[in-house]
Design a protein around this ligand. Structure first.
Ligand code: ZN
Length: 64
């Protein structure tokens, strides 16, 4: 399962609870994208980054 390379955010787990209170397992997936980012030595690297890290500017995206 994909995990954010910056903040280590991944899928998390819990229960679906129906109206009659029957429970079943549920998994929530984080919004994680595979993006090309600039590295410190000037190259490009493909990483999995969550959209909250992308939006807050924690990585610099490489030009396509
Ligand atoms: Zn993240």
């Amino acid at each position: 399962m994909a995990r954010c390379a910056i903040c280590d955010k991944g899928a998390h787990f819990g229960n679906n609870v129906s109206h009659s209170h029957r429970r079943s397992n549920k998994m929530w997936k984080s919004n994680i994208k595979s993006v090309r980012v600039k590295t410190t030595d000037g190259g490009n690297k493909r990483m999995y980054v969550c959209t909250s890290c992308l939006r807050s500017g924690k990585v610099e995206r490489a030009a396509i």
